[in-house]
Ligand binder design. Structure first.
Ligand code: NAD
Length: 349
């Protein structure tokens, strides 16, 4: 299957304006939009020079000096907004977006549940068609796993395991050192959202998030999360970003087990970071006799998955009935679980 066939690309490709010209825009948003054939009309960042550089690198013709200028262009040309800003700034920018616009907002949806609810409220009051960029749901290996599970090939899904034992160079993201919440809010949030995509909203969640003893100024870098789906279904996230002992014992995988089969995905991006290793997709179905099979999956989390939330937004604008899996109304439940993780963690101190 061709890469773009995996995405529900919209019949009408709305032009885009981008707010924020940081790392994720450069590394993932713009490369993904290029692959999808989405046109970016203009970009704005408080750091004008940075926006200029990104515009040069990606052939964006207009760099706005002020947000108002960008909004003027968007209004004139019928653009959707792509906001990729620090979570703490979303609430100051979102109210300025014109009513009834299409807006894709980078995760997390604010820095805590209170902010997430305020963001949801603004989206509703302004009648925005709005999504949160939980793009892992659209990573080609995740959509393949969903397809296999929906086809019943592994029977009833009853176990999801997310395991990361990797080395993450936290010093690259200076802003994280000032924040009260880090690992779950910025990283494991993706896995919580992905597990909700497969299993729906759980009964509860338990979490412990821990500091690195050699980097105590960072709020946390290791987390153990149990998502409670009752007596039969198990969903665990087990993340250690501090394994600095070489590649030999690094691990980075998602595993799905059903009553009649299993899927194991090696998530290459976090191994030997930032170089990464190839992904690997393996599955077994007891309904066949092929044993473990390895599938070649075109595309990966970065950048291809970033096509999905933007394509979905454009589809939702054209068709109110479209099931937009990244809609703010769904994303709020991921934020609720993140909040509960921290509540649980703090209650045990
Ligand atoms: N997989 C993912 O979904 C993923 C990965 C990395 C980062 N992110 C998220 O993306 C967001 C941005 O991350 P980043 O790594 O690009 O950060 P970054 O610090 O590299 O970039 C943020 C940019 O926003 C600009 N900015 C800040 N306030 C602004 C405002 N009010 N108006 C215009 N520009 C403003 C800054 O000047 C900066 O250039 C964060 O919320 C982060 O959590 C998501």
């Amino acid at each position: 299957m061709e890469l773009l066939d995996k995405y529900d690309l919209p019949a009408i490709k709305h032009p885009i304006v981008v707010i924020g010209a940081g790392g994720i825009v450069k590394d993932a948003h713009l490369p993904a939009y290029k692959k999808a054939g989405f046109e970016v009309k203009a970009i704005f960042d408080l750091d004008y020079k940075k926006a200029m550089q990104v515009a040069r690198d990606f052939g964006i013709k207009v760099v706005s000096k002020k947000l108002d200028e960008l909004i003027g262009i968007a209004t004139l040309q019928g653009c959707v907004y792509d906001m990729a800003l620090p979570a703490s700034t979303i609430l100051s920018v979102l109210p300025q977006i014109p009513d009834e616009s299409g807006v894709l907002i980078q995760k997390p949806m604010g820095t805590n549940l209170k902010q997430a609810l305020a963001i949801l409220d603004i989206c509703r009051k302004k009648k925005l068609v709005a999504g949160i960029n939980f793009q892992l749901r659209h990573a080609p290996y995740v959509t393949e796993a969903k397809k296999i599970i929906d086809q019943g090939l592994i029977g009833d899904l009853h176990d999801i395991d997310v395991r990361m034992n990797v080395f993450t160079p936290w010093h690259l993201w200076k802003f994280l050192f000032d924040l009260p919440r880090v690992e779950i809010l910025y990283h494991s949030i993706h896995y919580i959202d992905m597990i909700r995509y497969f299993l729906g909203n759980p009964k509860g969640i338990y979490a412990k998030t821990t500091k690195n003893p050699l980097m105590t100024e960072l709020a946390s870098s290791r987390s153990s999360i149990i998502i409670d789906y009752g007596d039969v279904i198990r969903a665990n996230i087990n993340v250690n970003h501090d394994h600095k002992f070489g590649l030999k014992h690094q691990e980075s995988y998602f595993k799905f087990e059903g009553t009649e089969g299993a899927i194991k995905i090696r998530v290459g991006v976090y191994l030997d970071y930032p170089r990464g290793l190839p992904d690997k997709f393996e599955f077994i179905s007891l309904k066949g006799d092929k044993g473990w099979q390895t599938l070649n999956i075109e595309g990966s989390w970065y950048p291809e998955a970033f096509i999905g939330p933007m394509a979905g937004l454009m589809n939702k604008i054209e068709n109110a009935e479209y099931e937009y899996i990244n809609a703010v109304d769904d994303a709020i439940h991921t934020m609720e679980l993140v909040e509960k993780c921290y509540e649980f963690n703090d209650s045990k101190k």
